[in-house]
Design a protein around this ligand. Structure first.
Ligand SMILES: Nc1ncnc2c1ncn2[C@@H]1O[C@H](COP(=O)(O)OP(=O)(O)OP(=O)(O)O)[C@@H](O)[C@H]1O
Ligand SMILES: [Mg+2]
Length: 422
């Protein structure tokens, strides 16, 4: 027999607007007597819903926010234990009290395993029953509070993360703009130098022929390459700002070293210094964006050339490392520093590319600061202090590692270790 919701006022689902503070109790029993006695006991304390079988109980739980269910274990049709399983699958956090008569220990165990919070023997005494329901209601509201707090905490954390990300992007944006200008300055120096040379060569000539024409053609080729370089630098940074870093195609190292030579040997800081690049005896490809590798080596080479006004040497060369590096050998100290130890993909075989100068060395007091943005010991017209900061960022992006070794009076070597592409 189904109860008629119209004839039983307590079966009407409560609405938040009418009874917001009261919790809801559902009583399920196929016998009218115990159902009505429970109704009398709880009608003032909770919003009551009544059902005379499992199917109706499930229906009510689906339609209303039910906090606690009291169900008889022994009912015609769906048993109380079966109902318990179904209730938990509709709402895993619902609290269920079982009313038992002569159940075996196994049945009770099963009920507890399925998540019943309590069981009371029939006939029950009112005090015990009230206590059991009050406990179940309290557990339910505590559980809800914990879940809400957890959710709120998660939302707060998410908000905080978003805020941090926005701050990080705003901060790196500024650094990136500065880096673009810094990086493009290298090729622009070459371009402007070449244009000056071409202007001198053309002079007052009305026509260009023979050697002069070849000279201009050759310089135009270099200028075109440098302009392409500028475009690629800005494209790389812009794509970084848009957060879509693309997978790098492997690049041949000897081609990079050749381009680097073209770029550095016309730089004003070469002067009468002894600048040389030794190509690899056996060319390899490495996993890094080609322009990034040129930028790293170019910055290190120019630093090497600018480290003293006295005539000195700067040499760039590479060597093959068949084994992964033993990073414990590199200890940061007065004459040594390792950049990107944590982010390094130390997978053999590796290529070591070193930029070595015979300059004065880097004093221990400033060695920890040389990679900081805007740290420079040069005059405002000579340096911005961004070169090594750009190098550091590119090294991290390539998952490479950079080792600095320096000795006062003897010089400095920067060695870049990169995974070789198979
Ligand atoms: N090979 C080197 N020998 C001695 N000191 C060096 C060497 N390389 C870098 N440094 C020191 O590190 C500082 C920072 O170098 P970084 O390349 O970041 O900036 P910069 O060369 O001063 O200016 P920018 O590269 O922006 O033109 C230099 O000013 C210099 O004091
Ligand atoms: Mg520099």
């Amino acid at each position: 027999m189904h109860l008629q919701p119209q004839s039983d006022p307590v079966s009407k689902p409560p609405t938040a607007a009418t009874v917001p503070q009261k919790q809801t109790l559902l009583i399920v029993d196929d016998e009218e007597g115990p159902r009505q006695s429970l109704r009398v006991v709880f009608k003032d304390a909770y919003n009551l819903l009544m059902a005379d079988d499992g199917a109706r109980a499930i229906e009510l739980v689906k339609q209303n926010k039910v906090d606690v269910v009291i169900t008889d274990i022994r009912m015609a049709g769906m048993s109380g234990v079966e109902l318990l399983g179904q209730l938990k699958s509709v709402d895993p956090t619902i609290e269920v009290i079982m009313l038992t008569a002569y159940e075996t220990v196994d049945t009770l165990r099963l009920a507890l395993r399925l998540g019943a919070c309590d069981y009371l023997n029939k006939p029950f005494d009112i005090i015990t029953m009230r206590k059991a329901v009050a406990n179940a209601m309290e557990r339910r509201s505590l559980g809800e509070e914990i879940r809400n707090n957890g959710q709120q905490l998660q939302e707060l954390q998410k908000e905080l993360q978003n805020q941090k990300m926005v701050e990080e992007i705003t901060r790196t944006r500024g650094e990136i703009y500065a880096s673009i200008i810094h990086d493009i300055n290298g090729p622009l120096t070459v371009i402007s130098g070449f244009i000056q040379l071409m202007n001198q060569r053309i002079g007052a000539n009305a026509r260009l022929e023979g050697e002069d024409l070849d000279f201009i053609k050759d310089r135009l080729k270099t200028i075109t390459r440098q302009v392409t370089n500028c475009i690629e630098i800005s494209r790389r940074y812009l794509s970084f700002l848009r957060q879509n870093s693309e997978e790098n195609p492997p690049v041949g190292v000897n081609q990079i070293l050749e381009d680097l030579h073209d770029l550095v040997h016309v730089h004003p800081s070469v002067k009468d210094n002894d600048f040389s690049i030794e190509p690899l005896t056996q060319d390899v490809t490495v996993k890094i964006n080609g322009t990034d590798l040129i930028q790293i080596l170019f910055n290190l080479a120019v630093n090497g050339l600018q480290c003293t006004p006295a005539k000195h040497s700067v040499t760039i060369k590479g060597s093959y490392c068949p084994q992964a590096l033993d990073l414990s050998q590199f200890v940061d100290g007065a004459e040594e520093r390792l950049i990107n130890r944590e982010g390094f993909k130390n997978a053999a075989p590796l290529l070591a590319l070193s930029v070595q100068d015979g300059g004065p060395g880097i004093p221990a007091a400033i060695l920890p600061n040389i990679f900081d943005p805007y740290f420079t010991t040069k005059s405002a017209s000579e340096g911005t202090g961004l070169g090594l900061n750009v190098v550091q960022r590119l090294v991290k992006e390539a998952k490479a590692v950079l080792h600095v070794q320096t000795k006062m009076g003897q010089g400095t070597t920067f060695t870049l270790y990169l995974p070789i592409a198979n």
